[in-house]
Design a protein around this ligand. Structure first.
Ligand code: NOJ
Length: 952
């Protein structure tokens, strides 16, 4: 189990403890007022930006602390609030010891996290009505958003349509720990000091604790703090919101829990401090490998959110307060408020405020800022087979053959760290991987790929050109003395490449060229692991916080960005492996931050082969989706331990719904490739894999939506049904993109049914036998081992490819099937997006994007273009000209179709003679609980063309 003692609790993390004490002191003092006030004389409003100065009052006789504030109103309707500290900003402080660190508060997170969305709002305007003590700004489309800035104590209330949505510093917990020199006291005077302090008014508000201001020890490591205490904290309240989601990565429920005790709640805040947590535990606010400090609050009719853009260690307390309905006062409805408290160790305060009002608005606006998920190559969303380790090139080729022998589809085989020569990345073990080229060649026969691991620790050894260059070029992270930092990881003594350094990125790129990383080719892709970074002998298994990165920034300031800088560099390297050969890279990362979605996929790290971990993977992957990083999955089968055959089978049946779908296992586990468990498990797992492959067109379309709108790929109930209060906390079932496919994976041992929650009054049909489920509420759906509980919501058209193949690339020119699932009014709609699945030509219009609509009243199905023409459109259309729709299935078919034998098909651009051709039609009557359905056989219409099928 997880070693709790290796990781800090809030109490053991000085700044967290101090800020919680601050919050407690504020709550306990009835006359509490926040010591921060905006100086009205300093206020300026220009080009959508309000700037001014906040003054923090200290004890009598001490100067006020000057904190420059800017509030920027963006064209997108988002507001950004940034607060710095003047003294540090000017470098007007003295570092303790002989530290080589920078003096400022870190303010470069934006340069890693943001890629757009920063256009200031033209329409933002100060309110004409002047109210003493307040400044009001109207912004957002139609001026519907309002920021009401209270001067003293400083606070902001964000309103939409006049209604309060988000409040800053409402509880008075804003706390920017200002710089102060350490007053070194002579040793003999120290005695009696405590008493003296009691008498004198403490300099900091009550509750502050000086013991962790200047240094801090944990687990035998001492963190020197050259800049003293420098935390930044703020309370953010969501009045009227009971549910908050987001802030991955934690093994917790989708709807976040309260963190200050009480039954079923946590006692610890949610922590964001990227870490290699061995055998992590379930239902916990403990930190994991990645951090996205984006939180959204949801209630019926409204979604709002905040993005706390800080890369230092961060803790978030959540409390909820319920107001019950007052029976004596008509119209006073009961409601719940959620109050949060954000605490970061260092850096400026930089917060984005989103006022929705829909989950889709938040996804888009957050995506405009941090980027949308990269459109992956099509193979990357098929099945990946991994283990630590496939031990030789012969082993790899043998696995590859076995998949074929058992007719099990797969696309990618993975190599973990043992492929290297003594853990030296960019080398092959000369005895085990004798002929990597030949291995790649065999994989290539079925267009399969290989992913090789490359970690950020570089072995400190002789005769290893990579480490020699790293040292010579001085590209490693430094220790506090300014020397290259040496620590311990898989290879033993190692250095860490510092990807905050542009020179390090430039060098990193050279290492992946085919003639540098010999034995690799166009079908080799990369896995970046251990990039939190994991350091076996470091504090909390990572780097000392006083290590120094490029630019003089302390590791403390940038820790949560570290993983992203590394996988970004790998992504860039993949683009330049060979001149003129430009393919979409595939990089898997364990550590991440806001923005990682632009260049990588992620997985949830070292889970266990236990039912509880299978169960927890669903809220975790769903949460990634609504947090802007949807290309996510968990190790299928569980990393540690040996799953039972039943668990393995159920995990595959669930894993087909992870956007990133990979089986993986620890080095000490038994082999468990899908053909290993034998009958009937192997057949059942194969069926699950086939289902994923059959639905790849729908998955690819969902990825395209994510890549263009920020929408999650798998979606929780609240996202699809934002008005359905009963379903807000549902996190054990999911929708696939906009397809209406509703899956409820089995996560309990020996289950033979599941209870599916239906939110609306549409008919839902079983995917396989068209059993109809109708009515909001829970429905029991049979789920014996061989059955995957999957429903189709009425109203959608789902694209599939039904021909079983050995890899997804072999399906490239296969015909499509369209499943038209009629809603209660007899209509349906859906889209498909297809491109070459490899290059960037889709960016020049090299794709097919169509909308299918079935109009029940008119009785026809149409396909219309929704793409935008570009220079590559025609060439791609030509390449796809022969790819057709070979079947149309209509589920919930009207009984009037009984007896019909044919339908009429017309296609754009067809010759006169073929303009109205006939296609075969079969009708199947409803029977028992199963709906009626119909099939159109081979309408001979092209996927890339406009056409119409007449059923009337
Ligand atoms: C830790 C990763 O989480 C795991 O997936 C991998 O197998 C090991 N490192 C070895 O590289």
């Amino acid at each position: 189990m997880v070693k709790h003692e290796n990781f800090k609790t809030c109490d053991q993390s000085g700044f967290c403890k101090r800020n919680r004490q601050f919050a407690d002191a504020a709550a306990a003092t009835s006359s509490w007022t926040s010591p921060y006030a905006l100086d009205p004389a300093s206020l300026k409003f220009k080009d959508g930006q309000l700037s001014g100065t906040i003054l923090k009052s200290l004890a009598e006789g001490q100067d006020q602390v000057v904190l420059p504030l800017t509030i920027t109103f963006l064209e997108s309707g988002v507001a950004r609030v940034s607060l710095d500290e003047e003294k540090r900003k000017k470098g007007d402080i003295v570092l303790r010891g002989d530290s080589k660190a920078r003096k400022e508060r870190y303010d470069e997170t934006a340069s890693w996290a943001l890629v757009g969305g920063l256009e200031p709002a033209k329409g933002a305007a100060l309110s004409e009505k002047v109210e003493t003590g307040y400044t009001k700004v109207y912004y957002g489309a139609g001026g519907k958003h309002e920021a009401v800035i209270r001067h003293s104590p400083f606070g902001i209330e964000f309103k939409r349509d006049g209604e309060s949505q988000i409040q800053f510093n409402e509880r008075g917990l804003l706390n920017m720990e200002h710089w102060r020199p350490k007053i070194e006291k002579p040793v003999d005077e120290k005695e009696g000091e405590e008493e003296k302090k009691e008498e004198e008014k403490p300099e900091e508000p009550k509750g502050e604790d000086e013991s962790t201001w200047w240094d801090e020890s944990f687990g035998g490591n001492t963190d020197s703090k050259p800049r003293g205490p420098e935390a930044v904290a703020l309370d953010i309240s969501f009045p009227g919101y009971e549910h908050v989601f987001g802030i991955p990565e934690h093994a917790t429920s989708l709807s976040l829990k309260t963190t200050r005790g009480g039954e079923g709640n946590y006692n610890e805040p949610y922590r964001l401090y990227n870490a290699d947590v061995f055998e992590y535990e379930m239902d916990s606010p403990m930190t994991l490998y990645g951090a996205i400090p984006f939180m959204q609050a949801h209630r019926k009719g409204s979604t709002v959110g905040v993005f706390w853009m800080n890369a230092a260690e961060t803790w978030i307390d959540i409390v909820k307060s319920k107001t019950t309905a007052n029976p004596l006062s008509l119209g006073t409805k009961g409601h719940t408020d959620t109050q949060t408290h954000w605490i970061s160790e260092s850096g400026i305060m930089d917060v984005f405020v989103f006022l929705g009002p829909t989950p889709q608005d938040l996804a888009r606006q957050y995506g405009e800022l941090t980027g949308f998920t990269a459109m992956p190559q099509s193979f990357a969303i098929a099945y990946h087979q991994c283990r630590w380790n496939y031990v030789t090139d012969q082993d790899v080729m043998d696995i590859d053959r076995k998949f074929d022998k058992h007719k099990i589809p797969y696309d990618v085989i993975w190599l973990d760290i043992e492929y290297t020569h003594e853990k030296k990345y960019f080398t092959w073990d000369p005895l085990a991987f004798v002929n990597p080229k030949k291995m790649h060649k065999q994989l290539n026969k079925r267009d399969r790929k290989l992913v090789a691991i490359i970690d950020p620790h570089i072995k400190n050894t002789e005769n290893y050109p990579v480490v020699e260059e790293l040292k010579k070029k001085d590209l490693a992270v430094k220790n506090k003395e300014g020397n290259q930092y040496e620590g311990w990881c898989w290879p033993g003594s190692s250095y860490w490449v510092d990807c905050f350094n542009p020179a390090a990125i430039a060098w990193w790129k050279t290492l992946f060229k085919y003639d540098s990383f010999k034995g690799t080719g166009p079908n080799t892709f990369i896995w970046n692991d251990m990039n939190e970074p994991s350091v076996f002998n470091g504090p909390e298994t990572t780097m000392p916080k006083d290590n120094i990165h490029h630019g003089g920034w302390e590791h403390r300031d940038v820790h949560n960005l570290n993983g992203m800088t590394f996988h970004n560099a790998t992504y860039e390297a993949m683009l330049e492996r060979k001149k003129g050969e430009i393919r979409r890279p595939f990089v898997l990362t364990r550590s991440f931050y806001s923005g990682s979605q632009r260049s990588a996929a992620m997985w949830t790290g070292d889970n266990l082969a236990e039912w509880s971990h299978l169960e927890a993977s669903l809220p975790m992957v769903l949460n990634q989706g609504i947090s802007g990083f949807p290309f996510a999955g968990a190790d299928v089968g569980g990393f540690f331990g040996n799953p039972s055959k039943e668990l393995l089978t159920r995990w595959y049946q669930a894993g087909i719904y992870y956007p990133f779908f990979r089986g993986h296992a620890h080095i000490d586990t038994r082999r468990r490739e899908p053909y290993v468990p034998g009958s009937p498990y192997t057949e059942i797992i194969t069926q699950a894999l086939r289902l994923r492959y059959q639905l790849l067109p729908a998955w690819y379309t969902a990825f395209h939506e994510a890549a263009t709108t920020g929408a999650p790929i798998i979606r929780p109930n609240f996202y699809i049904h934002p008005e359905d209060e009963n379903g807000f906390a549902v996190d054990d079932q999911l929708y696939v993109g906009s397809t209406g496919l509703l899956a409820k994976p089995v996560t309990k041992e020996s289950a033979d049914s599941v209870s599916v929650y239906i939110a609306d009054d549409q008919p839902y049909y079983d995917y396989f036998d068209y059993t109809v489920y109708k009515g909001a509420g829970h429905h029991t759906v049979p789920a014996p081992l061989e059955k995957i509980p999957l429903l189709m919501q009425g109203g959608h058209i789902i694209p599939r490819r039904d021909r079983p193949r050995r890899s997804s690339s072999l399906m490239k020119f296969d015909p499509f099937t369209l499943v038209v699932v009629l809603d209660k009014d007899g209509n349906a709609e859906g889209t498909i997006y297809v491109d070459d699945g490899e290059t960037f030509e889709y960016q020049q219009g090299g794709y097919i994007h169509r909308r299918f609509s079935f109009d029940g009243s008119k009785g026809f199905l149409t396909s219309v273009n929704i793409g935008t023409k570009g220079t590559k459109t025609d060439a791609y259309a030509k390449a796809m000209a022969k790819v057709r729709v070979e079947k149309v299935i209509v589920v919930g078919a009207p009984k009037e179709w009984k007896g019909k034998k044919e339908v009429v098909v017309s296609e754009e651009g067809a010759k006169e003679s073929a303009r109205r051709k006939k296609a075969g039609f079969e009708f199947h009557e409803a029977s028992g609980k199963s709906a009626a359905w119909a099939v159109v056989r081979d309408p001979k219409v092209a996927i890339g063309k406009g056409w119409r099928i007449d059923f009337s």
